[in-house]
Design a protein around this ligand. Structure first.
Ligand code: GLU
Length: 448
């Protein structure tokens, strides 16, 4: 596919959650799979709810996930482009002024819902006489402007849903210009997708009807390039409810603060909703090769955060030292070396948990002595250094022979004395890291 260009278009009215991140990831994987570009577009036409802090936060979250972009735009920088497009629509007779107040529009919608109908604007404004319009203007009312939908069929072949057909009579004329003169997302998005040369609009299914409306706006603006559309099914929580930005626990920021890795989130989100297996992938590039939009089905996938946690543990178990060096330094664990990482990683749920084992190996600890005579006897049999991975099996064999113990009775008191934990990384690898002096002191019950 030549010249693929997608966009991820978050509204900076909050931080992004896993559902938004999934949209970004799907776009990113699609673009990278086809050698295309990613445009990050901040949909900030709503000046009241959009903030600079959220805009920066969204960018930070995307970078942390590893989802980079090739081009960047903010709708608030492009208001002149939208105004120019609105003028063209007015000239073509496709944009008409309406004088209803917000309350009046809301009341109309309530009445339609109460009557069991669809929320479709009744086009009352088209029936206003010039005189009525003048009266509204003299009252100081400013018009908002609606796009005149044509009552005809609009169709497209959706990358996920297949052929979609909408009849114009089932669509409501959308407001494109608010009473304060600012453009709405509906217009801005069409102008941007055209002028910024987007080839594929890939977004959630909550935008399917929007696409029918926006296709008519593309056409009215004479946008001849054909844009491809795909709408994926939205994630729900485990109870089957929509995810909203208010679900703080599912924000990317909070998952990061919990110590989960970006790839645990990406690995799940890339496959959720497809029949493909969810695997602990450690590199984003490994998700690119097999990526195929048509693998996404129509059933709503459920998101279970525990699945991210399980994937995270599986990923951490496989992470080579060079992939965690930077993160360890950020966690003030810069002293951790490759041997230590390799010794503990299979026992960690999160990279940060390496800190606990680092402290156990490097800082004084009160040993747990359950059987003083036995561990003292074992201390007496510790071989001289240098120690290697064969020290533990050689030593415990000797201790077993001298005391007649085996299995748990042999190993558990030693583990408790050496680490003060019942479980943990293999002692074969930990023992050389602890070193003889510390091991011997702990076996004698000294805090060392
Ligand atoms: N800002 C819109 C949203 O977050 C973007 C929709 C689109 O991709 O066109 O829903």
């Amino acid at each position: 596919m030549a010249g693929v260009r997608v966009r991820f278009a978050p509204s900076p009215t909050g931080r992004i959650h896993v559902g938004n991140a999934r949209g970004a990831l799907i776009n990113w994987l699609f673009a990278r799979r086809h050698g295309g570009d990613v445009l990050l577009r901040l949909d900030d036409t709503d000046r009241e709810r959009s903030t600079e802090a959220f805009a920066l936060g969204v960018e930070e979250d995307l970078r942390w996930l590893g989802l980079d972009w090739d081009d960047y735009a903010r709708q608030s920088d492009r208001f002149d482009r939208y105004a120019a497009a609105a003028e063209r629509l007015k000239a073509a007779g496709r944009l008409y002024p309406c004088y209803e107040t917000d309350e009046e529009n809301q009341l109309k919608r309530f009445q339609q819902v109460a009557a069991g109908g669809m929320q479709i604007y009744d086009r009352a404004a088209l029936r206003l006489s010039d005189k009525q319009r003048r009266v509204f203007e003299s009252e100081g009312r400013k018009p908002h402007w609606r796009f005149l939908i044509e009552y005809k069929e609009t169709s497209w072949v959706d990358g996920v849903r297949g052929r979609q057909v909408f009849h114009g009579s089932k669509l409501s004329d959308p407001v494109l210009i608010r009473a304060d003169g600012t453009p709405t997302y509906t217009l801005a998005s069409v102008v941007d997708d055209t002028e910024l040369a987007v080839t594929h609009v890939i977004r959630g299914e909550d935008h399917v009807a929007n696409t029918a409306v926006q296709l008519q706006i593309f056409e009215a603006l004479g946008a001849v390039e054909s844009i491809n559309f795909a709408h994926f099914t939205l994630l729900t929580d485990t109870g089957g409810h929509n995810l909203s930005k208010r679900l703080g626990s599912l924000s990317i920021e909070s998952l990061r603060d919990e110590g989960l890795s970006p790839m645990s989130i990406n690995a799940l989100l890339a496959r959720l909703g497809t029949a493909d297996p969810i695997e602990p992938v450690i590199d984003l590039r490994d998700l690119v090769a097999g990526f195929d939009l048509s693998r996404f089905g129509r059933a709503a996938p459920k998101l279970d955060v525990d699945e991210i946690r399980r994937l995270n543990a599986a990923i951490v178990h496989d992470l080579p030292f060079e992939r965690v060096r930077g993160e360890l330094a950020r966690l003030s664990l810069g002293g951790v070396d490759e041997a230590f990482w390799n010794a503990v990683r299979a026992n960690l749920d999160r990279i940060a948990d390496a800190g606990e084992w680092w402290r156990i190996c490097r800082e004084p600890l009160a040993p747990v002595i359950t059987e003083p005579d036995f561990v003292a006897a074992a201390a007496g049999l510790l071989p001289p250094e240098p120690w290697s991975s064969s020290t533990w099996p050689d030593w415990t064999r000797a201790v077993g022979a001298a005391t007649g113990r085996k299995g748990k009775a042999l190993f558990l008191p030693l583990r408790l004395a050496l680490t003060a934990r019942e479980h943990g990384p293999e002692l074969k690898t930990l023992l050389p890291i602890l070193g003889r002096a510390r091991a011997q002191a702990r076996l004698r019950g000294e805090a060392a």
